[in-house]
Design a protein around this ligand. Structure first.
Ligand code: P1T
Length: 379
């Protein structure tokens, strides 16, 4: 089955009870048993729910994986994966990543004896020298949020394999339409399904996909034991959103490309970070491991004063100033004070996250309208 067919059909079949073509919302917490243990495969909805099962199968198929798991948020998915570790274990991650992930690694898990090292994985140079016997997991975000660094997944996997370390790839920005980390050797793919997968800014959800059966058993155990599962209504919305993932992503990419090129020649713009630009530091890696370059881009202003940046952000009309990304509508954000405020300024600056950085989630509206909006906002 090819990608667009999988997006619509994988993991789903007409409802056995009624023939309903769309997977019903099984809004139930529990299931009748004829005798103790004599049931139809469903006992309690924290463990299994038919709407969630269909969604999990669908996301697994899109990621070319065998086992999918959904969670109540992207952070709940990440939290569940970190429970695979033990006190004393260490994580290596990128020096540019979603602020909430950084916060969970540093402010929550360090208390439990799990240390994280944040290094620039996009240069491909430093990784081996940071690995120790304690390193159990390498956490890759690519493209990174919000600097759009690209990390060579196969290069990371090669070093990790030599050292028996799990590689997790947060595939939120790329989606399985653009990038398939499991095919590149990663052990685990994680998503904020809140974003492109669900696609309409109406659901908060996370997802994990793996191929290895033992790892799947551990994650299933944690999903059920810790219990951060999404409700069936949200699973239905995500399933519906996924059906249009390929056509949405095509348009996101086309619109972002158009905008990135115009921003790159704008007199008030300093740097444009979009991996599809030939000037992007990791463009060739992006071109080899992604099918296109995505709908997220960031840029800095030549005038680096925070006040100037805020004035630009206030002038946007179609781009709504809001956290999050990946919906059909365009959003703009100020990472330094919004999504990445939990990262200390000196750490942010190491990755180039300046006060004048504006992040755009380019939606699928008419691209000329979007460009007009940016031009008037820049003044
Ligand atoms: O928001 P939640 O569904 O819990 O997902 C967390 C998360 C994980 N990984 C990446 C790459 C993310 O971007 C996010 C959430 N990010 C935002 C809310 C944001 O505006 O960047």
């Amino acid at each position: 089955m090819k990608f667009a067919t999988k997006a619509i059909h994988a993991g789903q079949h007409p409802d056995p009870a009624t023939g309903a073509v769309m997977t019903p919302i099984y809004q139930t917490s529990t299931y009748a048993q004829a005798a103790p243990g004599d049931h139809k495969g469903y006992e309690y909805s924290r463990t299994h729910n038919p709407t969630r099962d269909a969604l999990q199968r669908n996301i697994a198929a899109l990621e070319n994986g065998k086992f999918g798991f959904c969670f109540a948020s992207g952070m709940a998915a990440t939290d569940t994966l970190l429970r695979l570790l033990k006190p004393g274990d260490e994580i290596i991650s990128t020096n540019d990543l979603y602020g909430g992930t950084y916060r969970l690694f540093t402010k929550v898990y360090e208390h439990w004896g799990i240390k994280s090292n944040f290094i620039n994985l996009s240069t491909g140079q430093d990784l081996a020298s940071h690995i120790s016997a304690k390193t159990k997991l390498i956490w890759v975000e690519t493209p990174t949020n919000p600097m759009m660094q690209i990390i060579d997944i196969q290069k990371v996997v090669k070093i990790a394999r030599q050292n028996n370390i799990w590689v997790v790839v947060d595939n939120t920005f790329a989606t399985p339409y653009l990038q398939n980390p499991l095919d590149l050797g990663a052990d685990i793919v994680v998503h904020s399904a809140t974003k492109y997968l669900a696609g309409h800014s109406d659901v908060v959800m996370g997802a994990v996909v793996v191929n290895e059966e033992r790892l799947a058993e551990q994650i299933a155990f944690l999903q059920n034991s810790a219990g951060a599962v999404p409700g069936p209504q949200d699973c239905f919305l995500a399933l519906r959103g996924l059906k249009t993932l390929p056509i949405r992503m095509k348009q996101h990419c086309e619109n972002a490309s158009f905008i990135a090129q115009h921003l790159a020649s704008h007199a008030k713009v300093d740097q444009v970070y979009w991996p599809g630009l030939p000037t992007h530091a990791n463009h060739s890696v992006a071109a080899s491991q992604m099918n296109d370059f995505g709908g997220m881009l960031s840029f800095t202003l030549k005038d680096d004063q925070i006040q100037t940046t805020f004035e630009v952000l206030k002038r946007f009309k179609y781009f709504i100033l809001a956290e999050s990304l990946g919906g059909v509508e365009s959003l703009c954000g100020h990472p330094a004070s919004m999504t990445h405020a939990s990262i200390p300024k000196q750490e942010r600056l190491k990755a180039g996250l300046k006060d004048s950085l504006i992040r755009l989630s380019v939606g699928i509206e008419d691209k000329e309208d979007l460009l007009d909006d940016i031009m008037q906002a820049l003044g």
